[in-house]
Design a protein around this ligand. Structure first.
Ligand SMILES: Cc1cc2nc3c(=O)[nH]c(=O)nc-3n(C[C@H](O)[C@H](O)[C@H](O)COP(=O)(O)OP(=O)(O)OC[C@H]3O[C@@H](n4cnc5c(N)ncnc54)[C@H](O)[C@@H]3O)c2cc1C
Length: 483
């Protein structure tokens, strides 16, 4: 009554109605909360399940600690889900870097392997060098000392012949040249270019023009003469070392002195067997497996390479570099400083580096010539080098001083490539018998260059990341179904 008096009759009716409404809403709210709670439990289970899956370590085993293998490992480790990977890299030698290998002689770093990069052609290499703040300097050997009878006319002849290469897609460069300028001149022309591989039967005119345009010593014979080249002050090992150290910081583990002996291609659980320190056999298996090895190594393993991996066949060319250090730079008075000379003898390309040292760089048969010569002992080797330098010099010198130090390196498979190379060639191959990935600079448009190694390594990592994403999606769908 008191309430009716206080609120009035309308107030009372409103209050009761509202009170009922409130109770109704309270009940509804409770139902919503319970349903939410139940869904919450489900979501929570789902999230837990998902987290459990994400937290599961995906193990990745990579063989080869050249730039391809290191970049593959680093790309995975740096990826969004990188912390869920256990990444192990196995390497035959006791150092990272593979064909990037600098040594310090007489206070100078010299590159026994990879030694220069182009600003225009090698964007990924340049970017990594900038990221790590590595010191680089101009690689001056676009300056050619024109010593060959063909050097003056070479650019004009090549310019005239280039439009005709479309009619000779399947011919060799040597046959192509022979067809237009005759056999003798064709051979002299290749001699004047300094790269013996240009006369190989699998080098087509298109590949040959590409080589000429994209090498510092020969680019002057093309319309690409302005390209700037650089080398790293501490050698190319400083790049692979920097990548290697960064990979370690990101949790990648490296195992050196592990030589891959055999591959078990079991399609569900492939595995690798290594010889550790030349003695003990070690078998490893990962969820994801990568062979960051050049094709010649692949074909020595019992893994059906190349037929079970690719429609292409692969080839390799030997390379040799020899460095000589003198008390004084005798080449300065000849005006040769920072020039490269293309010779007709077995030195082929002779470089005069500032006032520091000279070196020569050969491919194919000449590389094998220097391998044989160096194996006959230092005395024989240095005597041969001296005779051939004297033979090549523009102004005859009576005597050459003996070098105070020297170093050299023969690479049996210095450059690796696909014989039937085309832009459609994948950057990585996947075994048809298992899911093992093979990656190498040889598969890329930059075969024979570090740039190709970076591209290949990243590509292998991307394949793994997409496989992990697919697996994740499949298990998400499974969990959602179960829920
Ligand atoms: C003399 C020379 C000059 C060059 N000049 C240049 C240049 O000026 N600029 C440039 O950009 N590039 C140059 N290159 C090319 C460049 O070095 C390569 O493109 C690049 O290093 C390839 O890297 P990769 O990782 O694909 O292969 P690699 O460097 O060959 O790495 C493969 C790794 O696998 C390891 N391995 C091999 N077999 C086994 C096994 N059974 N078990 C375990 N591990 C194994 C090797 O030891 C090596 O570390 C040059 C190469 C040479 C040899």
């Amino acid at each position: 009554m008191r309430l009716a008096q206080e609120r009035g009759i309308f107030g009372l009716i409103k209050f009761n109605l509202f009170g009922q409404k409130q109770r109704f809403f309270c009940v509804l709210l409770k139902i919503i909360l319970i349903v939410n709670w139940l869904i919450g439990i489900n979501n929570c289970n789902y999230a837990k399940e998902r987290q459990k899956m994400l937290a599961r370590y995906e193990s990745v085993k990579i063989v080869g600690a050249g730039i391809s293998g290191i970049v593959c490992a680093l790309t995975l480790a740096k990826s969004k889900i990188g912390k869920n990977f256990s990444i192990k890299v196995f390497e035959n030698t006791d150092r990272p870097g593979g064909r990037a290998h600098a040594v310090k002689v007489q206070n100078s770093f010299v590159d026994l392997g990879a030694g220069r990069f182009s600003y225009n052609l090698h964007h990924n290499v340049k970017k990594e060098i900038m990221n790590f703040g590595l010191s680089y300097e101009p690689f001056p050997f676009t300056k050619l000392w024109q010593s060959h009878e063909f050097h003056k006319s070479l650019k004009g002849v090549l310019r005239e012949l280039k439009p005709l290469l479309v009619e000779h897609e399947n011919d060799s460069f040597l046959d192509f040249l022979t067809f237009y300028i005759g056999g003798e001149r064709a051979e002299k022309m290749i001699d004047a270019l300094g790269y013996d591989s240009l006369s190989l039967p699998n080098i087509t005119p298109r590949i040959a023009f590409d080589i000429i345009e994209k090498h510092p010593e020969t680019q002057g014979f093309s319309d690409n003469s302005g390209d700037a080249w650089y080398n790293l002050e501490e050698g190319f090992s400083s790049l692979t070392e920097a990548l290697y150290k960064q990979a370690i910081e990101y949790g990648v583990e490296f195992y050196f002195n592990h030589r891959l002996m055999s591959v078990d291609l079991d399609s569900t659980s492939p595995s690798f067997t290594f010889l550790k320190d030349g003695e003990k056999k070690v078998r490893v298996s990962g969820d994801y497996n990568v062979l960051a090895l050049p094709p010649t190594v692949m074909s020595r393993l019992d893994c059906g390479f190349p037929q079970d991996w690719s429609d292409c066949t692969y080839g390799a060319i030997p390379l040799f570099k020899g460095f000589l250090f003198y008390d004084s730079p005798w080449w300065e008075e000849l005006g040769l400083t920072d020039h490269v000379m293309i010779t007709s003898n077995q030195l082929r390309k002779l470089y005069f580096k500032g006032d520091k040292y000279i070196f020569f760089y050969t491919d194919g048969d000449c590389a094998n010539f220097w391998k044989d010569s160096s194996e006959r002992g230092s005395e024989y080797y240095l005597k041969t080098v001296k005779e051939l330098i004297l033979d090549a010099l523009p102004s005859p010198l009576n005597e050459l001083p003996d070098p105070v130090d020297h170093t050299c390196k023969y690479w049996q498979h210095g450059v690796e490539f696909a014989n039937e190379y085309g832009p459609q060639h994948p950057l990585s191959l996947v075994s048809k018998c298992s899911r093992i990935i093979s990656t190498s600079d040889a598969y890329t448009p930059h075969c024979g260059w570090m740039e190709g190694g970076i591209m290949a390594g990243r590509n292998a990592a991307e394949i793994i990341l997409s496989r992990v994403a697919l697996k994740q999606q499949e298990s998400d769908e499974k969990v959602a179904c179960q829920a």
